[in-house]
Design a protein around this ligand. Structure first.
Ligand code: NDP
Length: 288
């Protein structure tokens, strides 16, 4: 048996095309502002990609690029101005921020209704409480991939490896909301291979190249590999040993071309959700 490949690039392209159609039919253009502080080179690439994808889909997108020396107070004042700007539906503060600015202060300053990254404690709390809200983009993209795989979620045993605020925890909450029986594993978990072998769905969000071995995968399981790791030879690999996992898994995401492209597509989806929710009432609807 060889696993079916879950093509995130193709799915993301379809999602973006669908969003573009919906936006073209609106009487307004939803607005997204990406805030970048300083000159982190990787952030420059990410911000350009987000802005380009947003414009292509028909959003009114712009980047607010502030100098490295911007104080925390000045950044919070800029965020407050964006919160008050009726034309702005989504605000994303690109991380990492310079060391003198507390990321948690910047995240908490964003209006939860415009928090298209889904990182604000209010949105995290709503997700943990089973309430609708804006959901972090990468887990939302992973849920789309599971839907694409056609896998049964209700009652299925899922393991999420990693418990970060941006991937592991929200991923586990979304799986729980979809009626999976969820195990959250982390660096202190006893017998990770054994925990994995019992899972019908494996989501790896660790940041360790090829840590999850093929023999850890239950036959027929669905594997969502969130990890993006660059090896010394320049190759990009996931957290799962892909070639080893292929004969075991029923379906698996490649790296690159799996979860990665879904993250930007879901940022756009969140921005449209935020725009529609803000203009039609207080209830947020950003759930995959
Ligand atoms: P973090 O470093 O914040 O979290 C990593 C998690 O993995 C922690 O919870 C940690 O456990 C756990 N972990 C570390 N070592 C082990 C181990 N040996 N066994 C089990 N668990 C372990 O990473 P992120 O959540 O931000 O990102 C995870 C990966 O996903 C990275 O490769 C990142 O590049 C990628 N990523 C990809 C995105 C995409 O668009 N595809 C978007 C975001 C991230 P503990 O809490 O105990 O320390």
């Amino acid at each position: 048996m060889t696993a079916r490949l879950l093509d995130g690039k193709a799915l993301a392209a379809r999602l973006r095309a669908g969003l573009a159609e919906r936006i073209a039919a609106l009487p307004f253009r939803p607005g997204l502002v990406v805030v970048r502080v300083g000159e982190d080179p990787a952030s420059g690439v990410y911000v350009r990609n987000k802005d380009k994808a947003a414009r292509e889909a028909g959003f009114a997108s712009r980047t607010l690029h502030l100098p490295e020396a911007t104080s925390e107070a000045a950044l919070l004042a800029e965020i407050a101005a964006l919160n008050a700007d009726a034309e702005v539906d989504g605000i994303l503060v690109q991380l990492p921020l310079p060391a003198h600015i507390r990321a948690e202060a910047a995240i908490a300053a964003v209006d939860p209704a415009k928090d298209v990254d889904g990182f604000h404690p209010m949105n995290a709390g709503r997700l943990a409480s089973g309430l609708p809200g804006l959901v972090p983009c990468t887990p939302r993209g992973a849920m789309h991939l599971l839907a694409e795989a056609g896998v049964r979620l209700r009652g299925a045993r899922a393991i999420v490896i990693g418990r970060s605020q941006i991937v592991g925890r929200p991923m586990a909450q979304l799986l729980l909301a979809a009626d999976c029986t969820v195990t959250i594993a982390h660096s202190r978990t006893d017998d990770l291979p054994g925990e994995c072998r019992r899972a019908d769905i494996v989501v790896a969000a660790v940041g360790r190249p090829e840590m999850v071995r093929g023999g850890w995968i239950k036959p027929g399981a669905t594997v969502i590999d969130v990890g993006i790791n660059r090896l010394p030879d320049g190759r990009l690999v996931g957290d799962v040993a892909f070639a080893e996992a292929l004969p075991h898994a029923g379906a698996i995401t490649p790296v690159p071309g799996g979860v990665g492209p879904m993250t930007i597509a879901c940022l756009l989806e969140n921005t449209l959700d935020a725009a529609l929710a803000r203009r039609s009432g207080p209830a947020l609807s950003g759930r995959a």
